[in-house]
Design a protein around this ligand. Structure first.
Ligand code: NAP
Length: 259
């Protein structure tokens, strides 16, 4: 599918692996110059090379921690005028809320709410001036259907979702859209952490936790990162200018609601 964004520039945060990488791959596949990011420089460079070889597009690797002000400055210095921003960062740890102190909460808010808001603030006015912008925040299905052991994620991402719902209505008149893409269970390193947390909380083996999670999903499986990347690509496409402030769930039908 031609997304109509060839030659555009995209910052894709936390994209050396998993869902972010799949988003970067789809965008690069459509001729977008992607600025990818991760903390481990070696893994990041290997991913950059893989994307270049598979797509022939320009890829710039920016190794930094996106949840710090210095990290965000580095990313924005490499690409001060992105047309597309895919906001992403690692998910917070699983656990019991009785064990979390203020510092734990502030770290989760930094990673999964405030970093995304800071980056939107840094790029949105340039997008408005240029009359094109696509911002996609990778959040979580936990925003719609909270997962008990992921209380830090449930809370922090709900804050981002509320913020986006307001601001997205102020930018769409300038062809700048802001939407959230909500992953259910996808086959990445992160799902292994969540499965391990669930196994511990329920006193079952990780294999049992994994199997029961898959069996409970109408699709009978976990999603593939490429399926996530394709959806992100469409949300960043030239033709997606009339959708803003939405929360799009990709979960194999796991959420049982009608809407
Ligand atoms: P993943 O496979 O573990 O990949 C995470 C990526 O983010 C890696 O490239 C990692 O590289 C990078 N990263 C992590 N923290 C970073 C930071 N502070 N600064 C820069 N880069 C960072 O995870 P994923 O499955 O793609 O998940 C992406 C997001 O979706 C997470 O927030 C996760 O909680 C959420 N989510 C995932 C699922 C799922 O089933 N996979 C479900 C719901 C929500 P480095 O470690 O080298 O920095």
């Amino acid at each position: 599918m031609d997304l109509g964004i060839k030659g555009r520039k995209a910052i894709v945060c936390a994209s050396s692996k998993g869902l972010g990488k799949a988003c970067a791959m789809t965008l690069a596949g459509d001729g977008v110059h992607v600025f990818i990011n991760g903390r481990n420089a070696e893994v990041l460079e290997a991913t950059a090379q893989e994307i270049r070889e598979k797509t022939g597009s320009e890829v710039t690797a920016v190794a930094c921690d996106v949840t710090t002000p210095e990290g965000r400055e580095k990313l924005l210095a490499a690409c001060p005028d992105p047309d597309i921003l895919v906001n992403n960062a690692g998910g917070p740890p699983t656990g019991n809320f009785r064990d979390w102190d203020r510092d734990t909460w502030i770290k989760a808010l930094d990673s999964n709410m405030l970093t995304q808001i800071e980056l939107i603030k840094a790029v949105v006015d340039g997008m408005i001036e240029r009359k094109f912008g696509r911002i996609v925040n990778i959040t979580s299905g936990a925003v719609k259907a909270p997962i008990n052991v992921l209380g830090l994620s449930n809370g922090a991402r709900a804050g981002l979702t509320g913020f986006v719902a307001g601001v997205a209505r102020t930018t769409v008149q300038h062809n700048v859209t802001i939407n959230n893409l909500l992953p259910g269970p996808f086959e990445t390193d992160r799902i292994e952490q969540v499965v391990a947390g669930e196994a511990k909380a329920k006193g079952i083996s990780e294999e049992e936790a994994r199997k029961s999670r898959m069996a409970a999903n109408p699709s009978g499986r976990f999603g593939q990162p490429e399926e996530f990347g394709q959806a992100c690509g469409w949300m960043c496409s030239a033709g997606a200018g009339y959708m803003t402030g939405q929360n799009i769930l990709l979960d194999g039908g796991n959420f049982p609601g009608v809407i």
